[in-house]
Design a protein around this ligand. Structure first.
Ligand SMILES: NC(=O)C1=CN([C@@H]2O[C@H](COP(=O)(O)OP(=O)(O)OC[C@H]3O[C@@H](n4cnc5c(N)ncnc54)[C@H](OP(=O)(O)O)[C@@H]3O)[C@@H](O)[C@H]2O)C=CC1
Ligand SMILES: CC(=O)N[C@@H](CCC(=O)OP(=O)(O)O)C(=O)O
Length: 343
């Protein structure tokens, strides 16, 4: 089966990565590609790495352009996708890379995004417990945020297995600058970012906080409490997440490690490294692979999990295509790879 697929936001980072991956997907024919201020431009001038599509012209992001495709990827700013998705047929698979449909709690949406909530779609992180069933035959999929991808994959196994305490979860993550998108932002100028790291969204104010709380609470079966701090690192791609949580009294080290080994033993894209090896963001650049390592800090009574993802691949576009594969009944790994780029 060949799907006709449209990509909106194709001039941006997330849309560009969706296109890069789709060009090697055997079941996809790339239909309309759309943009906003860059509509009318050739893709080659904006995404010079996408040689195979260089002469394709970006159309405006309008419902009429997106209609008539089997699958539509929306890689638009927050708030822009809900309106378009509502106009697309129920038979079209719509995959939203933005945040509009990720949260289950409308109050949380309004608190963190400051607009009316558009509703909740199946969450596109297949490795979470119960997620695959909801993605099969889905016609609407919400792609997770990039920080939630590493954070949830890092701690969900411990909560699902009932070995972690729900209160006092702490996550600190360092992201590459592509996480912020392509539009001009003064704090992302090379001279601001190169040679140093800086925090932002400190004190529970980052909008990914409720998304991570939601996923971990669902895994735990009870509400968890979280302190989440994002930081900006001088690299273009990648997120290194350090997630720690208290383990329940009496749980031993072997039981803790077994929870993660069991959760990921059959997963194609998520890999608990052999003991003693630690993840690096460099090892996952351009791949849909997630690598992690776990340590048990017995003095502190905490599990420490370190996770590396490529924010644009597994953290957005690769995860979106993996979910498309599930929804459409293709083998989950179709068109995706687990090999990084080195050095
Ligand atoms: N970057 C990342 O790592 C991740 C991004 N995401 C999400 O993906 C989405 C896109 O992010 P990203 O690619 O980084 O952002 P970019 O700023 O790189 O790209 C934004 C895209 O949206 C288009 N656009 C801008 N304004 C509008 C508008 N008002 N209406 C319609 N289209 C518009 C732009 O078109 P033009 O260039 O023509 O103006 C461009 O194609 C966001 O919702 C983001 O949260 C999710 C996970 C990770
Ligand atoms: C480095 C950086 O700025 N990252 C972005 C997160 C990008 C992303 O995944 O998030 P959404 O899809 O939810 O926007 C941020 O912190 O806002």
């Amino acid at each position: 089966m060949t799907l006709r697929v449209a990509v909106s936001g194709a001039s941006g980072y997330a849309g560009g990565e969706v296109l890069r991956l789709l060009t090697s997907h055997p079941n996809v024919d790339i239909g309309s590609i759309t943009a906003h201020s860059n509509a009318g431009q050739k893709l080659g001038g904006l995404q010079p790495h996408l040689h195979a599509l260089a002469d394709r012209v970006l159309e405006p992001t309008e419902v009429d352009v997106l209609r008539g495709h089997d699958v539509v990827f929306l890689a638009l700013p927050h708030g822009a996708s809900a309106e378009i998705a509502a106009e697309l047929s129920d038979d079209t698979l719509v995959i939203d890379a933005g945040a509009d449909h990720r949260l289950e709690n409308s109050e949380m949406w309004e608190k963190f995004y400051g607009s009316p909530h558009a509703g909740t779609w199946p969450y596109g992180l297949p490795e979470l417990p119960g997620a695959r069933e909801k993605l099969q035959n889905a016609k609407r999929i919400a792609v997770p945020g990039c920080y939630p991808t590493g954070s949830l994959l890092g701690l969900a196994p411990g909560f699902s297995a009932g070995v972690l305490q729900p209160e006092d979860v702490v996550i600190v993550a360092a992201s590459g600058t592509s996480g912020a998108g392509k539009s001009l932002k003064p704090h992302l100028l090379g001279s601001e970012v190169m040679g140093g790291m800086s925090p932002y969204g400190v004190g529970g104010s980052h909008r990914h906080t409720p998304e991570i709380v939601q996923g971990l609470s669902n895994a735990a079966g009870e509400d968890i409490t979280l302190s989440f701090t994002p930081t900006l690192a001088p690299m273009s791609r990648g997120i290194l997440t350090t997630a720690t949580a208290r383990y329940k009294p009496g749980v031993d080290v072997a039981t803790l490690r077994a929870a993660w080994e069991t959760a990921y033993q059959h997963e194609h894209f998520v890999h608990l490294l052999p003991e003693g090896q630690w993840p690096t963001t460099k090892s996952v650049v351009g791949s849909n692979h997630v690598v992690m390592q776990l340590a048990v800090d017995e003095e502190a009574g905490r599990v420490v999990v370190v996770v590396a993802v490529d924010n644009l691949t597994k953290g957005t576009a690769g995860g979106a295509i993996q979910s498309m594969n599930i929804a459409m009944g293709f083998a989950e790994e179709t068109g995706l790879n687990t090999q990084g780029v080195a050095p």
